[in-house]
Design a protein around this ligand. Sequence first.
Ligand code: ADP
Ligand code: MG
Length: 254
Amino acid sequence: MAIHTNAPILETVGLRKSYGAHEVLKGLDLSLDRGEVVALIGPSGSGKSTFIRCLNMLEMPTGGTLRFRQKEVHPGFRDKGEQIGIGTLRRHVGMVFQHFNLFPHKTVLQNVTEGPITVCKTPRKEAEERAMHLLGQVGLSEKHAAYPNHLSGGQKQRVAIARALAMQPEALLLDEVTSALDPELVGEVLAVIRKLAEDGMTMAIVTHEMAFAADVANRVLFLDQGVIAEEGSPDQVILNPQNPRLQGFVARFH
Ligand code: ADP
Ligand code: MG
């Protein structure tokens, strides 16, 4: 389990999101501390993706506050006085999606170097060296020249993780990153995430892998109908749930 030091990287206070008249997130409070791993679990449609996407403003919250390193994030792209803009937020908070979202016309290496070269203006040689190191960490050094459509789902997802890490993020957001994989490929991706947790990466992880969540998370949040219905240690939330809806939910995934 990761060691964490209590300085929040990301915080939400009363975060709300509506689509038209449909309020999907009904005032969520989260503090994701440095080095902490928080798992978000909950039924389909409970708002997990919406919430995690709000954490780097891929979705714009319609109420409440988002803070990055104790500074409020405003909806413009650039930093403004004491407030952080979306550009800075996204540069420091990486995201990995269920469907990988790799650039299909770029090689594995180019996928991993794209962000550092174009966004951070890292010299190509340096970006490539770092990318090769990261591909080594996810066990894909030998695939650096391959195109995504020649990779398995598990390999694609490991490239997506390396790509996110190439930006040297302060936190990583992972939304059901193993849900699109064949069962035999899930383990290789979870192993990479487990190693990141051990190395102290700050992460918010949406997952249906209960045993994995119980193992790597410092804290588990159960989202239900747009609210955090239960929150606590994996032991409290996953292994000994009290809330009847949570008991039913956990039982289905165990
Ligand atoms: P989860 O990830 O927990 O399955 P989501 O965050 O994807 O849940 O969705 C929560 C609710 O928000 C659902 O009712 C869904 O239909 C609705 N929703 C999500 N995205 C949109 C959108 N772009 N427009 C309208 N409704 C949406
Ligand atoms: Mg979802």
